[in-house]
Write a protein that binds this ligand. Structure first.
Ligand code: WQD
Length: 321
């Protein structure tokens, strides 16, 4: 029986809540820490403890760290567009927040952290698939904050012996295949939740941003990775750190590019009806093709995504629980 205690910052959010499920399944003691700004109360599980507080609140953070064996850090702002309009908020939450978390870990002797990074650290790909050695050149402020947070982790490792796994997610998608995570994101910014809103009639129509890209069907290719697969990677990374392995930076993706049109076709197949779709201008900053080389996660953790078919990912997202 595992008896380690894991503090999950942002554990009521989309990816955080899936990781909490996986940790509870594996017998970990879990404490969720979330300010509920975007977290959902439906995503809180009885078996996990909960503290409603902000990572900018240093006193609460200090208290929450007591007796903790590892931290998993999801409590960041993540909307790319918003980060370009309000960089102050992103600097405050993501950068100052990260400093607070690391300092509270130092003060309480917590030595392990799993950190949510992003493919946004790479910027426009110079080649695909993107491996972890691809140059880092974020083109939005959000991606810049993730890169800075990775650099902070590396310094705290060198100077304070904090071991980390920085996990660079590609396009997180889907919902828990067992239906345990019930909360749905509010004001979604990404393709699948937007499709879900169109399907529910909350939005009139899906705009497909660009149909003249140099791709097989003219729409952008992305690497959609199922959130249950992300969750299993977190637990494997945690176990690796507990086993004394060195810090690591890993891509988490499937290695496969899927087009916007393929996602829409899969959603229509699942729903059994056509969705209202309109072709719009390309969205500024969108690379045509973005997918991961995720071999390092397999080599270091033995991790492989299980839910790789487009239909599985899309249906787990659209299913009503
Ligand atoms: C996917 C595809 C759009 C909406 C972003 C961040 C990235 C990471 C994941 C956090 C693109 C197209 C979308 C719509 C569309 N975030 N699309 N109509 O931009 O690949 O990645 O989220 O870590 O850093 O940049 O994701 O879901 O916005 O778009 O045609 O209404 O769907 O052009 O090709 P993106 P997305």
């Amino acid at each position: 029986m595992v008896s380690k205690k894991i503090l999950v910052l942002g554990g009521a959010g989309y990816i955080g809540s899936h990781v909490v499920c996986e940790l509870l399944d594996k017998g970990y003691e879990v404490l969720v820490y979330d300010n509920m700004s975007t977290g959902q109360s439906e995503n809180l599980f009885e078996k996990a403890g909960f503290i409603k507080a902000d990572i900018l609140d240093v006193d609460s953070l200090q208290k929450a760290m007591q007796g903790v064996d590892a931290v998993i850090f999801f409590a960041g702002k993540k909307a790319v567009g918003e980060s370009m309009i309000n960089p102050e908020m992103y600097a405050q939450n993501n950068l100052i927040g990260a400093v607070n978390v690391l300092n509270a870990m130092c003060a309480n002797g917590v030595k392990n952290i799993i950190f949510s990074s992003s493919a946004a650290v790479y910027g426009i790909p110079q080649y695909v698939p993107l491996d972890e050695n691809h140059p880092l050149n974020p083109i939005n402020f959000y991606g810049f904050t993730k890169w800075e947070m990775e650099r902070l982790l590396a310094w705290y490792d060198q100077l304070k012996g904090i071991k980390y796994a920085a996990l660079r997610y590609f396009n997180a998608a889907g919902y828990d295949v067992q239906g345990r995570v019930r909360g749905r994101e509010q004001n979604p910014q990404n393709l699948l939740p937007i499709i879900a809103e169109v399907a529910d009639g909350k939005r009139k129509c899906l705009q497909i941003f660009g149909s003249d890209y140099d791709t097989p069907d003219g729409t952008c290719l992305r690497d959609y990775i199922h959130v249950n697969d992300l969750a299993s990677a977190h637990v494997l990374a945690l176990e690796a750190l507990f086993a004394g392995r060195d810090s690591m930076t890993l891509n988490l993706g499937t290695g496969k590019g899927v087009s916007v049109k393929e996602i829409v076709a899969s959603a229509e197949k699942f729903l059994g009806r056509k969705l209202p779709v309109e072709y719009a201008q390309r969205r500024p900053g969108d690379p045509a093709v973005l997918y991961a080389k995720a071999d390092k996660a397999k080599e270091l953790l033995g991790w492989e995504p299980k839910f790789v078919s487009v239909d599985e990912i899309v249906s787990s997202f659209l299913k009503k629980h």
